[in-house]
Write a protein that binds this ligand. Structure first.
Ligand SMILES: [Zn+2]
Length: 461
């Protein structure tokens, strides 16, 4: 192992050890996030909210749930995507959740309490990249997810709030010209599930526990939907096509490979099936089969950035970073440097351990964090590349960015202090180091106060 590889492994181990295991993690994937934002957009507009201000966040949790928390964020469990059969079913859930946001049904929690929680974010699969992962687009809300998600299990809306969210959701679907069929199908499915599991009180939180469901609710929804002009509107075929890909991909990521291969057998040569199997094989370390599936996808569409991303990811995580460069470089270019994809490309450039690639790695990673600051994984990579080039002040600045996002405030204060002392006074990076120092001190103080039941913490200053 080269010194460089050892350094990388050591840094990785430090970060992993510092992150407590969270029951739920935010699941980040560029394609999934773009899909969820696209199907939510017309509903967010119909709700009179700013599309850029509402985050749709996917949580890794097999139970069927969705909830709103922390202002304007809708959290969707991976189990809900798995239980849904159409994009319209997911849109029905999002419309209902937006109804809770506009109805003001969300409690606001103290920022201090939120700051005290952390979240571990998955990239997807085994390997350094998967464990370090990245935080997100999801603006401020995302860092609160760990705690809010736990709260989502206990907070149940009242029947009045449910009716009001149903009515608002129906209106948003109508305004967006989306049929209520999907919503009705999904709630009907949940009601059946509720009957089936009614005796199992220990069952994990489900949508119907946080959103009390009843036959009455469904009956009045049906009345509203059937009377709506959008009832007979055709489903959006493009959304459905993308939904089936996402669902297959998540199955490949999350389910046991044996289950994925049962649900998507070799005889199935459709795009979703190839997608699911590529991840299942990759998880099983059957690299050749994973690459065969990725190549078959690329035959179907050589310009699909997510197929290129998949191929690059399999190669990178199988220890073949040199071969990963071409597909990841193309995926980055095709998506105009989508931050999660660009961060993976930066990772691959660094993983080659070839100094020739470090300058490109730096520019790619800088672009990625420029568009999506809340990506601790990209900051980590940037720190590695600065360190490898001997630029310790900027390496420490990048560490400070990453540490503050991971909730390691004391470490962040030290890293930012080092950077501030070593960088040219008044330069943009020097100012940034100062800002992070202030931010980390404030967050540390809030965290301490939250732990002390609201009493002030002089010691944290
Ligand atoms: Zn509800």
């Amino acid at each position: 192992m080269s010194i460089f590889a050892r350094l990388l492994a050591l840094l990785a181990a430090t970060v992993i050890a510092a992150q407590p295991v969270a029951a739920q993690s935010v699941l980040r994937d560029a394609e999934t996030e773009h899909f969820l934002n696209d199907i939510a957009e017309p509903l967010v507009e119909a709700a009179g909210l700013e599309p850029g201000n509402v985050d749709i966040v996917l949580l890794h949790d097999p139970s069927i749930n969705a909830f709103v928390a922390g202002g304007q964020a809708v959290y969707i469990h991976s189990g809900l995507i798995d239980a849904a059969d159409t994009a319209e079913e997911v849109q029905g859930v999002i419309a209902h959740e937006l109804g809770h946001i506009t109805g003001g049904h969300i409690l606001r929690y103290g920022e201090g309490a939120a700051a005290a929680s952390k979240i571990s974010l998955l990239s997807m699969l085994a390997g350094v990249g998967a464990v370090l992962a990245g935080a997100g687009d999801a603006a401020m809300g995302i860092m609160m997810a760990g705690q809010q998600a736990a709260l989502g299990k206990f907070l149940a809306f009242t029947r009045t709030q449910e009716s009001s969210a149903d009515a608002a959701g129906a209106q948003y679907l109508s305004d967006a010209g989306i049929s209520g069929r999907g919503s009705l199908a999904f709630f009907g499915k949940l009601l059946n599930q509720e009957y089936r599991y009614a005796r199992n009180q220990d069952d994990d939180a489900t949508f119907s526990r946080t959103h009390p469901l009843s036959g009455d609710r469904i009956a009045s929804l049906r009345l509203a939907y059937e009377a709506d002009p959008a009832w007979d509107a055709a489903a959006n075929a493009e959304h459905q096509r993308r939904f089936e890909r996402i669902k297959a991909k998540l199955s490949g990521y999350l389910a046991k490979p044996s289950e994925t291969l049962r649900d998507y057998p070799e005889s199935d040569q459709t795009i979703p099936a190839l997608y699911a199997r590529a991840y299942a094989y990759h998880k099983n370390a059957r690299v050749d089969r994973a690459l065969d599936a990725a190549d078959a996808l690329l035959v179907a569409d050589p310009q699909d950035p997510y197929f290129l991303e998949l191929k690059g990811q399999v190669l990178l995580e199988s220890g073949r970073p040199d071969e990963a460069l071409d597909p990841l470089r193309r995926a980055t270019a095709l998506t105009n440097a989508e931050p999660l994809i660009a961060a993976m490309f930066g990772h691959a450039l660094i993983a080659t351990e070839d100094k020739v690639h470090f300058e490109e790695a730096e520019s790619v990673l800088r672009a990625a964090v420029g568009r999506d600051r809340r990506n601790p994984f990209a900051w980590y990579q940037l720190g590695v590349v600065h360190a490898a080039r001997g630029d310790m002040p900027r390496a420490r600045l990048a560490s400070a960015e990453q540490q503050v996002m991971n909730g390691q405030y004391a470490l962040a204060i030290r890293s930012a202090g080092f950077a501030e002392a070593a960088l040219p006074t008044g330069s943009p990076d020097w100012l940034r180091a100062q800002d992070i120092g202030f931010q980390a001190r404030a967050l540390l103080e809030q965290q301490c106060e939250a732990q002390n039941g609201g009493r002030e913490c002089q010691s944290a200053r």
